[in-house]
Design a protein around this ligand. Structure first.
Ligand code: ZN
Length: 402
């Protein structure tokens, strides 16, 4: 298949390996708030990628982490006066329930940062030994100047990188840093935050090193696909590249960097900080899971779009037609042949995961079955093909009654 790689900024061919499993790592949630439609879109896209690869017979090892060692979680737990572990567990449970409601298949590995500290320490130690990191008063920083291509995936000059990093939590005025863009690998903690033992004293890891450690532990030193929302390209994924490649000695860390576009509501990016969220939990009360899936996959995965209820209601009609086509009674006249449509659908997915086109073909197949039914055609093979492809795209189909 062809898939767009954010690092090289082009579509590249991916050939299914015959002698090994495929590895996919997708950055997971920080469990301090409820899953919104923006998250759902990202995890649905990777759900379809995984299903499509598995449908072709590949073994896919999919690792998705839980970032339960991070500032927003500790701040929220502190604000609400509850232990951070309890808050994290509650939100992880809710996230899993939301994924189940959307028929998103669970990842193969689902590690939590808080139980992977031992995996992170050797990486930090090795970066220090290699001269890519330095220690200051119990903090360890990655030296971005030691890695000339740092931030290449963001395609910005130094000033642009710094501005983006600052918007996304970087502290440029930290007096312990050599360069304002240097980022934390290990840090001392504020009073009351959880700490772990390390060669540099009590503290906790930085967010970026958590993902490098879990990805390499569960999937190996090089990945086929590394994914996440497009807001993770910089600094998060750039930092992952810079701190992983020197340790493994292998480039690129991921053969494909795959990023999903943001979801907007009323012209603004849907985000916790803006408070303009549509929660999955609420959306599944109003719409069927199949219609939400159809709607969210009807946009090119890399593009941003604005969430509209009207669009989900329209998707409801497509889903109803799909169900009807799977259940309509056929006759004994000439069988309906959908093999060319089947090929068109799989070609759409093989061409940079064009889910909007795949859904158009799926809808057309359903229409053709319904009109062939009125002419008494034999529908057995056509309905089996439709059910197979709909299931491959993650729709929950009731069995055919023919
Ligand atoms: Zn990550």
């Amino acid at each position: 298949m062809l898939l767009y790689d954010s690092l090289t900024a082009r579509q590249k061919p991916f050939t299914l390996p015959s002698d090994r499993p495929i590895s996919l790592y997708v950055c997971g949630i920080t469990p301090y708030d409820t899953t919104h439609i923006g998250h759902a879109r990202t995890y649905l896209v990777f759900d379809v990628l995984t299903r499509y690869l598995r449908w072709q017979g590949a073994e896919v090892r999919y690792c998705q982490n839980v970032t339960d060692v991070d500032d927003p979680l500790f701040e929220r737990a502190n604000r609400d006066g509850i232990p951070w572990q309890d808050l994290a567990q509650r939100e992880v449970d809710r996230f899993l329930a939301d994924c189940t409601a959307l028929n998103i298949a669970p990842p193969t590995y689902f590690p939590k940062s808080s139980t992977e500290i031992e995996t992170m320490l050797p990486l930090v130690g090795k970066l220090l030994a290699l001269g890519h990191a330095y220690e200051r008063e119990g903090n360890v920083y990655f030296a971005v100047q030691s890695y000339p291509s740092f931030g290449a995936m963001a395609r910005q000059d130094y000033a642009g990188l710094l501005a983006t990093a600052n918007q996304r939590g970087n502290d440029p005025s930290d007096p312990l840093k050599r360069d304002p863009l240097d980022f934390v690998l290990w840090q001392t903690c504020k009073h009351g935050e959880p700490t772990w033992e390390s060669p540099w004293g009590l503290g906790r890891p930085g967010w970026h090193i958590e993902c490098s450690a879990m990805a390499t532990r569960y999937l190996g030193p090089q990945l086929d696909f590394h994914g996440g929302g497009s807001d993770l390209i910089f600094p998060h994924h750039a930092c992952e590249i810079a701190q992983t490649e020197p340790v493994t000695g292998l480039q690129p860390f991921a053969q494909f960097w795959v990023h999903t576009g943001m979801v907007y509501l009323d012209g603004e990016k849907m985000s916790k900080s803006l408070g303009n969220l549509v929660f999955v939990r609420e959306a599944v009360k109003e719409h069927t899971s199949n219609a939400l899936r159809w709607y969210l996959l009807s946009f090119p995965y890399r593009e941003a779009f604005s969430y509209e209820r009207k669009g989900v209601r329209e998707a409801e009609l497509k889903v109803a037609q799909l169900t009807e086509a799977l259940q309509v009674k056929g006759g004994s006249a000439t069988p309906l042949d959908l093999s060319r449509a089947r090929e068109a659908l799989t070609t759409a997915l093989a061409t940079d995961l064009k889910t909007p086109l795949a859904l158009e073909v799926l809808a057309e197949m359903a229409q053709r079955i319904l009109s062939a039914a009125s002419e008494g055609a034999n529908l057995q093979a056509a309905q089996a093909t439709l059910a197979d492809l709909a299931t491959m795209l993650g729709f929950q189909c009731s069995p055919s009654t023919t």
